[in-house]
Write a protein that binds this ligand. Structure first.
Ligand code: UDX
Length: 437
């Protein structure tokens, strides 16, 4: 099938390459010429395992352009543009609205427009009024991919969610999308068909649940810190209850990235608009608990070092999670900036995140006190303390003795509870975890 993908950011670029992998002829469209140039050359504009290989492998039937008229050749159009957080916490719909507006003139009768972006409930209904007069059908098909596993999650998802309009229009749209995803469906992937509002809500509900799970365990970490309990053992113990489950119960400096933080805030804003803000007031606590984790690291370091002024601190980790160079709302980078603002000299190390972080640090006017590097050993050299803020394997595998030899003082703050506590203590470190001593 001929497919267009509007928006070639994280979601769209991976989706375009994955659709090509399924054998379709795909055109990726984006307004950013630099991004398109890079994708067209087969170079991934971000770090995502397996994505480069997919681009190269499918180059014969995967092209990228800034020209929306190229969508006219396709009969299925995925809309995968970003919905960033607006100043008031709601989702900024500028890109979705303009994508639909510029796509509409190229739609023909029988085409299928498939929304993948995470949107406030009610959006699909509103956009249908623009799409259906062209004779095209609209569906909402939320994406649940995790960064670092984006290709795997797109080609082997846990489930497919189809949001369809009521009536026969929905049946036609479903049949077309089934054809697009035939290979995925052949693997017995559950497929759930529902109305627009439910499909839109599934996405934000899933992310809200995950965020709540993380903040729940971080709330337990706060209690553990004042009682001498160990939050990791607590998570292991409650996690054995299959109703609870152990995944997403890792306490630490909390969640970040381009989805969880903005999605819960956007959901709260939308519920308030709908007059049911009270239903989601707990998500404000989830957000507050999460943001407190970042302050906690600064507090622990202040307890250990006294004033941070004039101290040198290494932060291992910049990206919001390992195997990613994404620094959006990254707890690790936020903490490094707070430490720099508190008068410390900070060296942040990350195998991938150090590159995009440089520009942000400059914009924040912190270049004099916060530098970034890919070399985590260089970062700890001469440091009074090291903070592990992103659990890259390369940090976890380090020999604590050798690291201690490079440092001025042996203090480690394990912001992800990912280190071997005994090994670091035996190497003479003062070890401070998050909810575990
Ligand atoms: C998330 C959802 O998982 C995905 O389904 C959705 O499509 C997009 O948002 P992603 O943003 O890639 O994916 O990251 P995720 O793996 O969910 O992690 C989010 C954050 O939570 C990271 O900062 C991670 O470090 C943190 N986290 C995760 C914890 O602090 N503790 C945990 O137990 C798990």
């Amino acid at each position: 099938m001929k497919i267009s993908v509007i928006g070639c950011g994280y979601l769209g670029a991976v989706h375009a390459a994955s659709m090509a992998e399924l054998g379709h002829e795909v055109i990726g469209i984006d307004v950013d010429p630099a991004r398109i140039e890079s994708l067209q050359q087969g170079i991934a504009p971000f770090h995502e395992p397996g994505f480069d290989a997919l681009l190269k492998k499918n180059a014969s039937h995967l092209t990228f352009t800034t020209d929306m008229s190229a969508a006219a050749d396709a009969s299925v159009h995925f809309v995968a543009v970003g919905t960033p957080q607006a100043a008031d916490g709601s989702a900024d719909m500028t890109y979705v609205n303009s994508a639909i507006e510029s796509l509409t003139p190229y739609l023909t009768k029988g085409d299928l427009v498939v929304g993948k972006s995470t949107v406030p409930v009610g959006t699909a209904e509103r956009l249908a009024a623009h799409v259906t007069p062209t004779g095209a059908h609209l569906m909402w098909n939320p994406e649940f991919l995790r960064e670092g596993f984006a290709v795997e999650d797109t080609l082997s998802p846990d489930r497919l969610v189809y949001g369809v309009p009521e009536g026969t229009d929905g049946d036609t749209a479903t049949a077309v999308l089934d054809e697009v995803y035939a290979e995925i469906l052949a693997k017995d992937t559950p497929r759930l068909v529902m109305n627009f509002a439910t499909a839109e809500l599934v996405k934000v509900a899933a992310n809200s649940f995950l965020a709540t799970k993380i903040s729940f365990i971080n709330a337990m970490a706060e209690i553990a810190d004042v009682t001498g309990a160990n939050v990791t053992q607590l998570a292991d113990a409650i996690g054995y209850d299959t109703r609870i489950g152990r995944r997403f119960l890792n306490a630490g400096i909390g969640f970040g990235g381009g989805c969880l933080p903005k999605d819960i805030r956007g959901f709260v804003a939308r519920a308030e608009e709908l007059g049911v803000g009270q239903a989601l007031s707990f998500l404000k606590d989830v957000d507050d608990i999460n943001m407190r984790r970042r302050t906690r690291v600064v507090d622990v370091l202040t307890e250990e070092l006294g004033s941070l002024d004039g101290k040198t601190i290494a932060v291992w980790g910049i990206s919001f999670k390992p195997d990613s160079d994404d620094i959006r709302d990254s707890p690790a980078l936020d903490i490094a900036e707070s430490l720099a603002r508190s008068g410390a000299t900070v060296v942040s190390a990350d195998p991938e995140g150090w590159k995009p972080a440089q520009a942000r640090v400059e914009r924040a006017g912190l270049s004099a006190s916060l530098t970034t590097t890919s070399d985590h050993r260089a970062a700890v050299t001469g440091a009074d303390a090291v903070v592990v803020a992103t659990e890259w394997k390369v940090f976890q595998n380090e020999a604590p003795g050798a690291i201690g030899d490079l440092m001025t003082q042996r203090i480690v703050v394990d912001g992800r509870n990912c280190l071997n506590v005994t090994a670091w203590k035996e190497a003479g470190f003062r070890y401070r975890g998050m909810g575990r001593a």
